[in-house]
Design a binder for this molecule. Sequence first.
Ligand code: CU
Length: 504
Amino acid sequence: MTHTTEPASGAGRQRKGGKGLHRRKFLGGMAGVGLGAVGAAGATFSLLSGGNANKAAAADATGTLTVPDLLEGTTSDGTTTYTLTAKTGTNEVISGVSSTTAGYNGSYLGPTMKWTTGDTVLLNITNTLGADTTVHFHGAHIPPKMDGGPQNSFADGETWSPTFEVKDEAKTLWYHPHALGTTAEQVVHGLAGMIIVEDDSDASAALPSEYGVDDIPIILQCLAADSSGDIKYNVTGYLGSGLSYPVLCNGTNVDSTTLGFTATKTRIRFRVLNASPADIMTIQRGDGGTLTQIATDQGYLTEPTEVTTIRLVAGARAEFVLDLADAVTLQAVVTTGWIRGGSGTYDFLTVTPEATDTPDDLPSTLTTITRYDTADFAARTITLGQSGQNMTINGSVGTTMDGMATIMTTLDAEEVWTISNGTQLEHSFHLHDVPFQLIEINGEEPTGVDLGWFDTFEVVGGGSIKIAMKFTDFTDDTYMYMLHCHLLQHEDEGMMAALMVMDG
Ligand SMILES: [Cu+2]
């Protein structure tokens, strides 16, 4: 199967050739398109506000891929405990310029956690940001009280300690803040990290899994910053002049640097996360060759699938493998997510093989995906809209818990939702709690990798998707899951609703 997606439009379209690469500097014209006011997002994040114009030494990037640390847990009585501290720091978001940033256990991004299916995890997360925060486990199927939504907000100086059983099978998740009105500000400053869920499936045993050796996390971001390095996150910031749109790979600017990775194994597995606040990242090879995609947001595809591009909206993940004979350069094509943003094609990583092993053939089957028969599913419509300066879901502005629309359902309910985009803006629809299958994309039946499991999916301006899901395992009459646009500014401007799963 081949799944081909047009990578990008406009100046960024360039499919081949690592040499003579177009590198954009600026995309004008998108400023403030249909965007609301700052609203709740205007609450200032004390330690992160304001630029930091300190010029760092004009050292070139090392040109070597940085792999986030693996966070060691301590296991006792069947529970693995992890410790995270959200803190402020500095990072060169723009090469040679020090920006005020934030990270978990460091100054930018966070360590990778590995969870194992069936284990119980406990996280002790301390907030030293000088502002309220939460930590949401994006894509994890966990109780709503542990989900890290706005109701789990905790203050500076406090420690939040969620604990839950890992019910997810092998997949790539991530963690990031999700407090009301400040998600964009906190995420763009660097609060994001990857979670790898491992299981004992045959596919997991057959695929590369040695972290940092043949199992490589790739966190891509396209940010917005002014020349002093001040990172922007709302419409007021985007209206400023002299902005640039730096592209980062694992926290390193790749605007004019191609990072290198020496592969000591012939087969390398990549887990790619688009942690951008808004922009779409399309991954492709510089030589026009194929990537062997093995997973979407929510785990394995039924079979390894040859693709030429992988299009990731904000918040989405995918996994692919490469069997390397020669060096391969990976490119990210940045497409603006209809918030003023970036564009262009970036050679972000060259993978050079120094390996002599010969891997076995990939398994012909990775997992079984039983497609939902939605004939008896309850139907619901979720309308993504806009009201003056705010964004809405089903007509409600979700900037407060009381003001947002609330979807009420019951345990084991089977539903098919039509996500209808009533705006001309791009949106990235994300549902907490359970994975969904795509039933239709703009009226067409899905094919190829779109037959996998998702938690985040593109809804183009004026378009719609139809998705199916089943609300298993967890109920709560107080804590709610969220559904929202993962363009973080839209989320903060109200494109968020609550989901309550009640006992039947
Ligand atoms: Cu949106």
